[in-house]
Design a protein around this ligand. Sequence first.
Ligand code: TRP
Length: 348
Amino acid sequence: MKDIILTGDRPTGHLHLGHYVGSLKNRVRLQNEGNYDKMYVFIADSQALTDNYDNPDKIRENLREIVLDYLAVGIDPKKVTIFVQSMIPELTEYTFYFMNLVTVNRLMRNPTVKNEVIQKKMGESIPSGFLNYPVSQAADITLFNTTIIPAGADQEPMIEQTNEIVRKFNSLYGKTLNECRILLPDNKICHRLPGLDGNEKMSKSLGNCIYLSDSEEELHRKIMSMYTDPNHIKVDDPGKIEGNIVFTYLDVFAKDEDFSKYLNEYKNLDDLKDKYRHGGVGDVKIKNFLFNILNDELTPIREKRIELSKDMAYIDQVLKEGTAKARIVAKENMKKFKKALRINYFDE
Ligand code: TRP
């Protein structure tokens, strides 16, 4: 059996460089390799409401923005079904029955949820819908018989939780669902790209992101504000590479050709690091270098995004057609699910 690929994003803001290296690039690669049975990418608007229930307009405003980001990086709606989570009611049904198979204690132990509870200052007032979102994510994954999920490392606990539910469901009701695995990027740094400020994660809520939609000026300004080595004050001071975010990004993005193109006094990244460590390389120089590299990568995406945004009716059409397609599969799979649960009363 060929793979079924699925992944999604919460529409709480535009997609950023962390999404790009953590998952979007893998999606485009998988799409172009074409070695799969079906591929789905969806907008997790219902999940986004679990911690933004008091601000539904934010989710509504970002729905189409995410689709613009998808198409701008090269996701092709002819090859990939793009759909809206809230428009597939079978997902909610799956979630409801899965909730029986997970304890509250287990949900409280989910490390990604734990981090979010702290980051969002939920304290003791965790909405049960939010605590439960990993269960709803298990529904997203299993409803479509997903086998591979291209995502960042923060999604690993969700995949683990999903597979636990799958095993429990199958052992109670007979083999119905399949297990899945996460596909992480080859480069470990991309599993969780740090933010501009040095925080371990680039995140909308931390305000430390480079967005795919940022203008050239914004990109330049953000890179100039990046965290480097606080003790590297004068150009001649020795500098540190570890924890220096500019070098972390260069590790991800710099290619040997970039040196001959933009910084030909250094042979390659190792050479640049070596000279920086010894002193004599200024932060503005390495930041400008990073800017040139990132700008080369992001300019075509930015330009395509602006072009696409002139025809929002097309974006709506992509969503409507993708959702209709996904719904057909959802309805079909729901039948087997209900049969396994013995609630298919009038089928025979
Ligand atoms: N939790 C993911 C995020 O925060 C979004 C998501 C929802 C997802 N359902 C999914 C990702 C299923 C992969 C598979 O971005």
